[in-house]
Design a protein around this ligand. Sequence first.
Ligand code: PLP
Length: 428
Amino acid sequence: METSAADLLALDAAHVWHPYAPMPGRVAPLLVTEASGVRLRLADGRELVDGMSSWWAAIHGYRHPVLDAALTGQAGRMSHVMFGGLTHEPAITLAKTLVDLTPEGLEHVFLCDSGSVSIEVAVKMCLQYQRSRGRTAKRRLLTWRGGYHGDTFTPMSVCDPDGGMHSLWRGVLPEQVFVPEPPAGFATPPEQSYVDTLDAALAEHAEELAAVIVEPVVQGAGGMRFHHPGYLRALRELTRKHDVLLVFDEIATGFGRTGRMFAAEHAGVTPDVLCLGKALTGGYLTMAAALCTPEVAEAITRGELPVLAHGPTFMGNPLVSAVANASLGLLADGAWEADVARIEAGLRRGLAPARDLPGVRDVRVLGAIGVLQLDHEVDLGVATEVVTAKGAWLRPFRDLVYAMPPYVTGDDDLAVITGAMLAAAEKA
Ligand SMILES: *Cc1c(COP(=O)(O)O)cnc(C)c1O
């Protein structure tokens, strides 16, 4: 006999720890039984239009026939083999495709389990690079405030110090160098005074800095802020000038979300190391990648420890690689570009009325990202009720009601999402 929805929720409350939640949880989660296209089906029969792409990953929607077929097809050949000493077509194809897609100059691909782990790997690459060159003092990182890079300890150390609660972790987290948030606005021309601040901080700490790490163009979970690509060009010049590596975390922005395949393309900049995740597998399974230039790889390989000392058990998993290849295949014809532009226009249109709502401080849209910033913290319980009553699934945080819909979202479904965002801004 099937366990009833009520019994499942009781078991969930008793045993299951949810993200960023106390145990036991205070707000019961919604029980999902199926998902298809852009819709989540709940156990009580309701259907919600997904405005979150399951934390920005499910860009093609759910139960996509091509992705489903890739997964079952690969399961019929092999689900997993270790990656030490063995290799296979799905991972090789994936690495080659990523090299071809990403900005010129990134030639080597390290596959790993999750975005946070790819940040760990990227930082390890940078530290090993500096060590190999005899620059053993260069082991700190510089970043700007307002960032988010994941939840394991190294990424936490470069998350925004307030949002990441660094005071709680004093003595535990490595202390990195922080500069102020980049001035806001994708279209707001760069301020020379901010570039001077970057230059001064890099000059002051050059002897101890291994790398600068930032999210290009869009800071995601740290506050959904956009900045001008000119700051990335400035960082590229300044990191070269001060002999520091540059890492771009495109785990959130990669694969078309900002309107370009990678946010780095807005700036025409190639970082030394690039982290990818989230939408890499079309939201089916967890995988991330850290890509680097030959210069970084060659220095590591010349070092005292001539290997990159990392190797996740499930590295390069064939099932995940096959789904990632299928997802990248769906992007290959470039149709996503028109979809993202259409969603951008729909978000701008649908969210425009929010400018006149009391309590709304800012309305911003870039690519398939729409954000309402309120002048108060959102009441998550109220917001969830309001948006689900409107037929949408959204997960606001702090003072932000935002959507990152799947690229396949139709105009009517997008209107459901923006309507729910307006309602949440009004009532939560
Ligand atoms: C989600 C995210 C991460 C962490 O990825 P996980 O797969 O959750 O570990 C890192 N950086 C950015 C920019 C992200 O959005």
